[in-house]
Design a protein around this ligand. Structure first.
Ligand SMILES: Nc1ncnc2c1ncn2[C@@H]1O[C@H](C[S@+](CC[C@H]([NH3+])C(=O)[O-])CC(=O)[O-])[C@@H](O)[C@H]1O
Ligand SMILES: O=C(O)C(=O)Cc1ccccc1
Length: 243
């Protein structure tokens, strides 16, 4: 499949509208996420490696906010345990339609179920691995505690939850440093200042980042015994939480 370049925010927009995972975004999504999230490729491959270690026989592995199925494919390639299935969930119909084609073109044997639904409505059960790779940040903050509690409840003993998020920081100094470093990363990947600033406005009310300590506190309140930050590049981090 050829990768289409993301130029969604390249020309001046008369009216700023909230960012949505629609058809236009789906078309350029692999290029957009790769050029926007430092370490994205490293995260995808290592989520596969972590899944290989923690996937249990006859259990389910969940990819919540699966977009085009990058995490699903990485998990699918690595799972060795017998009788595992992957459940991939996204509430964007455009994403799910495209993901169906991508998954169908992959010939690995691990069963994949793709669901178009709100992850707040997803019943998590018999899970050994649950992944949210940059999805919690799009969930209304008031719903986050309950969602993480549901994930904890649905995990089997020994199960893990992998949570990747864009972070915000308590100190102005840290916030400025990480934001500028991220913008430098985007500039180095060919985005103009206009693209960076228009996308930033479009995401303002849609992507609501939290601090690392807010995430860690929520995980421990939900019951997780321990969490480790196993990856961070600038303001993008990933945690693994153990039941
Ligand atoms: N309530 C919701 N229910 C279900 N899906 C949702 C919801 N809200 C947002 N989404 C979906 O969450 C995904 C977030 S992208 C994940 C990248 C992927 N994990 C990847 O590793 O390539 C991250 C990003 O673009 O920064 C989109 O596909 C939304 O439709
Ligand atoms: O582009 C950004 O500034 C981001 O924070 C990452 C991102 C990547 C893809 C869709 C939405 C946000």
């Amino acid at each position: 499949m050829i990768k289409k370049a993301d130029n969604i925010f390249a020309s001046p927009l008369e009216q700023m509208v909230d960012f949505r995972f629609d058809e236009r975004v789906v078309d350029v999504f692999p290029d957009m996420i790769q050029r926007s999230v430092p370490g994205y490729g490293t995260l995808i491959s290592n989520i596969g490696i972590l899944t290989a270690r923690y996937a249990q026989e006859n259990s389910s592995c969940y990819d919540l906010g699966s977009s085009l199925g990058a995490v699903t494919l990485s998990m699918r390639q690595r799972i060795k345990a017998e009788g595992c299935q992957i459940i991939a969930v996204d509430n964007s119909a455009a994403m799910i339609e495209r993901a169906k084609k991508i998954i169908a073109a992959d010939n690995n044997r691990v069963p994949v179920e793709l669901r178009c639904e709100d992850i707040n409505q997803t019943l998590i059960e018999n899970a050994s691995v649950v992944v949210m790779n940059f999805t919690l940040q799009f969930i209304a903050p008031a719903l986050r505690d309950e969602l993480i509690r549901q994930i904890y409840q649905g995990l089997k003993p020994g199960g893990v939850f992998i949570l990747s998020e864009k972070l915000t920081f308590d100190s102005d100094e840290q916030q400025t440093f990480f934001t500028e470093a991220h913008h430098d990363f985007k500039r180095a990947n060919g985005y103009s200042d206009l693209e960076i600033s228009q996308k930033r406005s479009a995401l303002e009310n849609v992507l609501i980042p939290e601090t690392l300590s807010t995430h860690q506190h929520r995980l421990s309140q939900a019951g997780f015994s321990r969490s480790e930050c196993w990856f961070q590049c600038f303001n993008f981090a990933s945690l693994i939480a153990f039941k």
